[in-house]
Ligand binder design. Structure first.
Ligand SMILES: [Mg+2]
Length: 230
């Protein structure tokens, strides 16, 4: 029986043949990089938003500055007391600061505010994203195996609208954004909150994600099973 395959064997299967281990009642999917990805890329979306405010930046430069600014915000969350607590306001602040860092020295305060507003709306639009094939296959496999499927993402309330309109997010039975949970991955509280909400023990849950630290290591640390999206 395919759904009784053991965990070690499941972990080594290619995505088209992957099935969740039999003990897993609910497969919890990360969203960005796992089920969907920005299209056009983040760097191109930022570049285009800049150009509409008459601010020209090199896409490779944007990519480098974005990665640096994103890491900086993660470090701020890690250093905060308590670590990795969040809210809708904190998530909005994160992205505002990242946009400010990316365009620092190139755009005026007014231009930066306009670019931020445009990008905030852009990434809330289903048309700004496209499915990730491997994650989509794993989601289908989880549904076919009779497991529950939910989304759990370091995201904000824009995720709810995306999940209503964007394939394959529309297949999820529940959608949990860190802004509503009050914690973001890798906080253990993020995982405890989902367990309580779903009424499941840690060993009945599996996280599928693309980030080795925020998804795989954090879920494993919380006592969940974890599977990297191929
Ligand atoms: Mg991800």
């Amino acid at each position: 029986m395919s759904n009784t395959i053991d965990r070690a064997a499941a972990a080594s299967l290619p995505p088209g043949q992957w099935v969740p281990p039999a003990r897993v009642r609910v497969v919890v999917f990360d969203v960005v990089g796992t089920l969907v990805e920005p299209h056009p890329s983040v760097a191109v979306a930022y570049q285009q938003a800049g150009l509409r405010q008459r601010v020209a930046c090199d896409a490779a430069d944007i990519q480098r500055r974005f990665a640096q600014a994103w890491r900086q915000q993660e470090l701020l969350d890690a250093a905060a007391v308590p670590s990795f607590a969040t809210s809708q306001a904190r998530e909005e602040e994160r992205w505002r600061r990242i946009v400010e860092e990316v365009f620092a020295g190139a755009a005026s305060l007014e231009q930066t505010a306009a670019i931020f507003a445009e990008l905030w709306n852009h990434f809330g639009e289903p048309s700004s994203w496209r499915p990730v094939a491997a994650g989509q296959q794993m989601l289908q496999a989880a549904l076919q195996a009779g497991a529950g499927v939910v989304l759990a993402s370091n995201f904000d309330d824009r995720l709810l609208r995306l999940a209503k309109h964007l394939h394959p997010l529309t297949s999820a039975q529940e959608v949990f954004a860190s802004s509503a949970i009050g914690w973001r991955k890798p906080a253990p509280e993020f995982f405890r909150w989902i367990e309580a909400r779903l009424g499941c023990g840690p060993d009945e849950l599996m996280l599928v994600g693309d980030n080795p630290l925020l998804d795989i290591a954090a879920a494993t640390q919380a006592g969940w099973q974890a599977q990297a999206v191929a």
